[in-house]
Design a protein. Sequence first.
Length: 220
Amino acid sequence: MKTIGVIFDLDGVIVDTAKYHFLAWKSLADNLGFEFTEAHNELLKGVSRVRSLEILLDIGNLELSEEKKQEYLISKNEHYLKYITQMGSEEILPGVISLLDNLDGLNIEYVLGSASKNAPLILKQVGLFDRFKGIVDGNSVSSAKPDPEVFLIGAQKLSLPPENCIVFEDAIAGVEAANRANMTSIGIGDAETLNEADYNYNNLTELPQNFFNMFLAEKV
Ligand code: G6P
Ligand code: MG
């Protein structure tokens, strides 16, 4: 039997924090005097905080000093944390708990691979922190997705070669990172947007009950 492991992205897979990122970025754009829409927010999914600010400033056609950028990165995050600290287990997305139970039952270990520096806090807020074998977050990587670094560190935490790892991702950059890491990529969300993924599901409840058995059965 093959030993496999799973790496989960956080935002958009385990919880929907994109709506809180949107409110915090929108408020900054409002203060700076330009429009920031939900469609713009799509561009920030899976992207690091610093890169998100750069994209936002491009949208507003603004150039700012390094000092101002640092100031806005801090104030945006403070605003975002106001929402995050109100989160509870009711915000865990459908299908997550039964998927984790399924993995536990099959003795398949799983870690988190997220670009978010707030990932540990968010997992604690929703009561899932202790279930993961390891956490790789925005604090532990030097290159953001689509660079594969975050997932390669995840594979190390699982003590598995990358090709034995299965990644759940909702962002184009994340699917690309998983593919570049030579892992199996599962796109959660719109299949057209995530057409580079090896498998596509609209959400985790669509995953077939025996999904992992076919990987375990592979003789490698
Ligand atoms: C995730 C989200 C991104 C966010 C990034 C950094 O990847 O999908 O939208 O920009 O995390 O999050 P942070 O909590 O560190 O600001
Ligand atoms: Mg995501």
